[in-house]
Each structure stands twice: as C-alpha cells, then as structure tokens.
Design a protein around this ligand. Sequence first.
Ligand code: KG4
Ligand code: ZN
Length: 335
Amino acid sequence: MTVVLAIETSCDETAAAVVEDGRVVRSSVVSSQIDLHARFGGVVPEVAGRAHLESLTAVVDEALEQAGTTGAGIDAVGVTIGPGLIGSLLVGVAAAKAYSLAWEVPFVGVNHLEGHLHAAFLEDPDLALPAVVLLVSGGHTMLIHMQRDGTYRLLGQTIDDAAGEAFDKVARYLGLGYPGGPVIDRLAADGDPHAIAFPRGLRGAGLDFSFSGLKTSVVTWVRKHPDAPVADVAASFQEAVVDILVEKTRQAAAAVGAKAIAIGGGVAANSSLRARIQAAAEDDGRGAFIPSRAMCTDNAAMVGATAWYRLRADGPTPLTAAADPNLRLAVIAGG
Ligand code: KG4
Ligand code: ZN
C-alpha cells in the first residue's frame, strides 16, 4: 500500500488530500479563496500566493487528521508543479519538497491537467478505455484521447478563450460576479436557452474550439437590448457553449472509436453540460463518466491519484525540479 499526501495550489484553491494506492481518497480538503478574489472580479495572483502561504500548513494538517494519519504514515508527497500561477505553484511545491525531505519519502511533481484527467478514474476505476475526455476549465479547453497504455493524444483545443474563461468574462460583463460559471449555471435554469441565437464557434470545422466571438456577440447583443431578461441571456449563452462542447466531443469519440466519454475541469460542474454529455453518450452507445462536482473543480485528491500513477510509471521527481507555470501535458500531438 502506498499512501500519498497530495498538495494543490496552482490557482485559487488551497487543497490537500491523502490518497491510498491512487484509488482510495482518505481525505480531501479544499480551502477556497473565492471570497478574497470576488471583490476584484477575478483571481489576483499576488493575493492568491499570499493566501496559499497563510493557509497551506493548516490545510495539510487537516487532511492528515481527517485521514487518521501523521507524517509517519505517508509514503510519498505529490504536488501540482504546473501549469498555473507561478506565485501560487511555488508555495505548494516548496512545501511539498520540505515535507518530502523531512519525512524522507519520494517527491512527485504532477501536471495539473493530468490531475483533471485522472479525476474521472478516481471515482470510476472501471471506466472503459480508450476514452475521450473533454477537459474544460478556466484555463483550458481540450479534447483528449486517453489510450490504454496511459498515453494521451490531443484531438482539439481552444484557439482563443477557454470555456470557463468565457463563462467568467460574460458573467463579469453582466455584473454577476466571480466566478461566473456557477452563477450563469444557476440563472440559466430560469431562462430560455433558445431566446437568443448566439454563434457556435468553429461549428463543423474540426475539433478545435473558439469562444471569443461568442463572448463579443453577447456583449454586442446586451448593449442593443439592455432590458432583456438576464436569465435568457445566461441560458442562451450557456446553450451556445454546451452545444459546441457536446457536438465536438461526440465527433471526437466517433473518430477514435472511444468506448467511453469523460469530462473534467471546473466547467464540467455545469448542469446542462453534465446532462447533455450523459444523454449523448447513451444515444451513441458509449459509456459516460461524469465525476462529482467536487472532483471536477480543483482539488488535491486528483493530484494524489496522478502522483501514485506517475511514481509507479516514472519514479520520483528530482527535488531540483522547478514549478512551471506553462507546463504542457505530455501529449502525442496530432489529429
Ligand atoms: O478547474 P477549475 O476549478 O480551475 C482551473 O483549473 O481553471 O475551473 C474553474 C472554472 C471557472 O472558469 C469557473 O467559472 C468554471 O470553472 N465553472 C463553471 C461551473 N463551475 C465552475 N462553469 C460553468 N458552470 C459551472 N457550474
Ligand atoms: Zn483546474
């Protein structure tokens, strides 16, 4: 049995988890900084770094306590090493190295995106491969072909804004606060998704995505119709994003003959996207894996699962490894 203490501080959640053999989550603690950043309308990197520094030790202690263990029961320390905000990553990476040295256990640097990919497996170990994973967060929008041998192939990605970024920017324009995704999701439930015909970016044009035109057209439309019900704008905007995400995921799954479709990243918490992906997979006779909302947004359990996997596959990461804000997923590129 290998017990991993995992740490995640790449953006605005300070998180720690204790995960056994990459599968059993013994504890997962997430301390959100949303309240700190909300008044600025977005994550302020300087504020995020300081907040991680202030709360990380307590969050780690809490994760150990909830798991009923101490440093003596930990066999490896895993941490998100990139991509993310450099000042935030540094806090988690420095702490993880310190724990690893103090407890004399291996240190494992984890790619945050690979963490999101593993989140699906953490809750459904029997997820059939090959699978297509739609990874949609505040910073990324990618379609990934997950193969049986643990390799990833990038099938498509956004050429401009990430899906979550579009939610956040539109919400900010509509004066709905930060983060935008959950608010728009809630408002959309009371609106008409067909009220306004917003554009579907790159429809029918391969597996890449584009959301910046959609964002601009929401702004232009609202300027012309200042009295339109905001619930209709939210619902119609969300429909445009979800339509294109579902369409391309389906197309990707058909192209590679995927046995299953999985979703991950913060936007995978979206109610409409969850329902529509589930329905599409059923229609196409594929398995679907829709992780719990807590597993979609940033957490350390997914980092712990990935660390265990990486430790077995590649061994420990040298302590000289540095946090990398632009770390890429080790994918085999190509269509
Ligand atoms: O994965 P995540 O927690 O952090 C990043 O790695 O980016 O994703 C955060 C993003 C934000 O853009 C947020 O607005 C979006 O996920 N999000 C949602 C929902 N919940 C969070 N977007 C749409 N609907 C939601 N329910
Ligand atoms: Zn994330």
